[in-house]
Design a protein around this ligand. Structure first.
Ligand code: PNS
Length: 171
């Protein structure tokens, strides 16, 4: 029989991504993840030498905080540059969360998970299937349609949509 553990070690999970910008698919993953782990760190990744993102790392962090602040302190937001596994080690995280929208995501995600495992065997990658209602959410497409002035209220929170319009100078 499995006995109850005397000491419950805190499980910290990192949900890394560009989040340029965060959309409802990401938010759904964050909300589900806080049910599974003691702490979820939503971590904006950036490369200080070649970052082609629309929003700065700080703007992305701010936007995420705006939309998931009700989940604090179970969910916290941070940013890092460098390898995800190094960041996990620095903050003591045991798990990387990634979401799969379709089978086309799988190849790249599996490669990344295996490479991360190779570099840091103690860190596990967990895949969460994207919510089927939001599976087509993709920051790249959201930016594209927003650049033509199209609102996508089902895909991004209003605060993010407003930031997108300001950034893209759409009145
Ligand atoms: O959701 P995204 O934007 O496609 O996220 C990709 C991300 C940020 C998870 C990936 O590029 C990453 O982990 N970047 C940090 C650098 C790193 O660890 N690269 C090696 C992966 S094997």
């Amino acid at each position: 029989m499995v006995s109850k553990q005397k000491e419950h070690a805190k499980t910290i999970a990192v949900y890394p991504g560009s989040f340029d910008p965060i959309h409802n698919g990401h938010i759904d993953v964050i909300r589900r993840s806080v049910q599974l782990f003691d702490e979820v760190i939503v971590a904006v990744t950036y490369n200080p030498h070649k970052d082609s993102a629309l929003f700065t790392p700080d703007e992305r962090v701010e936007m995420i905080r705006d939309v998931v602040h009700d989940l604090e302190p179970r969910a916290r937001v941070d940013k890092f540059s460098g390898l995800t596994v190094d960041y996990c080690e620095r903050i003591g995280a045991q798990v990387i969360i990634r979401s799969l929208r379709a089978v086309t995501d799988f190849d790249y995600e599996l490669q990344m998970a295996n490479m991360n495992k190779q570099m840091k065997p103690s860190v596990e990658t967990i895949f969460l299937p994207a919510n089927p209602k939001l599976f087509f959410s993709a920051s790249r497409l959201i930016k594209e349609v927003a650049s033509y002035g199209q609102r996508v209220p089902d895909l991004v929170p209003e605060a993010v949509m407003n930031r997108l319009r300001r950034k893209l100078k759409i009145e």
